[in-house]
Design a binder for this molecule. Structure first.
Ligand code: UT7
Length: 336
């Protein structure tokens, strides 16, 4: 019997309408458009401003679009996994809330938190259910309302992040297309460089934690930068070597969108020219769990069955990895 692979058969996404430009940000913190473009490569980011709206609301829009584009009914979905670091609440899982809002009743699911690698780790996890034959239509979401944990008084972190959501459908394929292989790593000693100080069981919320602004992202940029460059490149090059992929046979590198310089360094080590790197960083910024599905959504039109792509991510944890995919459908025929 032919081996079952998990193939991506559709992509949906959503970004909120409000756009925070570098010029506007420069009125909030001591920064400039030039500095942000030169050091990070972000021009603007979308922010979910609407009161009472959360990560699940953006994810719900992405999943609804995905189901419509793929002609999938809510009753057919048998699993939904959500990669997220800004869940609506500590519990229940955001995946449950998304299912409820979309009207998915026959599924089970849960959240995966692997920092900026959350979507990729969720995708790999979901693929195992499809490959085993136990589940046939699995939705994988990557969504984050980063503005809920960004300190807009801190110039070190506020330019980087944006809000957004993306979702893909995974289905069985027996023709050799789909997720081929993954290399994943975690290193918990990296937590000191990138974390949220308070709000967990280690330091529950108190007046003091609020006054000390400890419910926002804490990041030491340089050690994270160094680890991201070396680790994303290492796993991506290892994947290319494992499958004899070259700059000619790899259609796209799909990198996490944290910093243009990290992306360029990774592509350089892989020998991939810039035009074959998916880039959305300038207009969406770092949407954490949503960067990869947003890239696939933007470049879907240019993907054909059999195209080789490598997804590569790095984030808090540290958690990083790369996945080699043989694309499964003709994106040029899809109407957005
Ligand atoms: O997605 C999760 C993983 N996260 C990442 O991959 C992020 C990795 N790190 C980075 O992308 C970069 O380290 C940052 C973008 C966060 C910072 O860039 P950098 O080139 O590493 O700058 P730096 O932190 O070394 O700061 C250099 C200078 C400092 O000034 P002094 O001490 O040299 O006078 C900063 O205070 O730039 C200053 N600076 C700024 N200046 C203008 C920091 N932020 C800003 C700013 N505008 N927004």
């Amino acid at each position: 019997m032919a081996q079952i692979k998990a193939a991506i058969t559709g992509v949906g996404a959503y970004v909120p309408p409000y756009i925070l430009t570098n010029e506007e940000l420069a009125k909030m913190v001591d920064t400039t458009d030039d500095w942000i473009m030169e050091r990070i490569g972000i021009k603007e980011r979308h922010i979910l401003l609407e009161e009472g709206k959360a990560t699940s609301d953006m994810a719900t829009e992405a999943v609804k679009q995905l189901l419509e584009k793929t002609g999938t009914s809510v009753d057919e979905v048998d699993m939904l996994i959500c990669g997220v670091v800004t869940p609506d609440m500590q519990f229940p899982a955001t995946s449950n809330i998304i299912c409820d809002k979309v009207g998915i009743k026959n599924a089970f699911g849960y959240d995966v938190n692997a920092g900026c690698s959350s979507f990729l780790f969720a995708l790999i996890t979901a693929s195992k259910y499809v490959e085993s034959g136990s589940h046939r239509k699995v939705v994988v979401v990557g969504a984050d309302k980063m503005s809920s944990i960004v300190d807009y008084n801190d110039r070190n972190t506020s330019p980087i992040f944006g809000d957004g959501a993306g979702a893909v459908l995974l289905e069985p394929d027996t023709t050799g297309l789909g997720l081929i292989d993954s290399i994943m790593h975690v290193d918990g000693s990296g937590k000191q460089h990138l974390h949220q100080v308070a709000g967990g069981s280690l330091r529950p919320a108190t007046f003091e934690t609020i006054l000390r602004r400890q419910h926002f992202i804490y990041q030491e940029g340089q050690p994270v930068f160094k680890a991201a460059v070396s680790n994303m490149a290492d796993v991506s090059v290892r994947m290319m070597e494992r499958y004899n992929l070259t700059s000619e046979t790899l259609k796209y590198l799909v990198p996490h969108q944290a910093n243009m310089r990290i992306i360029e360094a990774t592509a350089r080590r892989m020998g991939i020219p810039k035009e074959r790197v998916m880039l959305t960083i300038a207009k969406y910024g770092n949407t954490t769990s949503a960067t990869i599905p947003l890239c696939l959504w933007e470049y879907e039109y240019d993907l054909k069955p059999g195209d080789n792509i490598i997804i590569s991510t790095f984030g808090a944890g540290f958690a990083w990895g790369s996945t080699y995919i043989k694309w499964a459908y003709d994106g040029s025929k899809i109407v957005k």
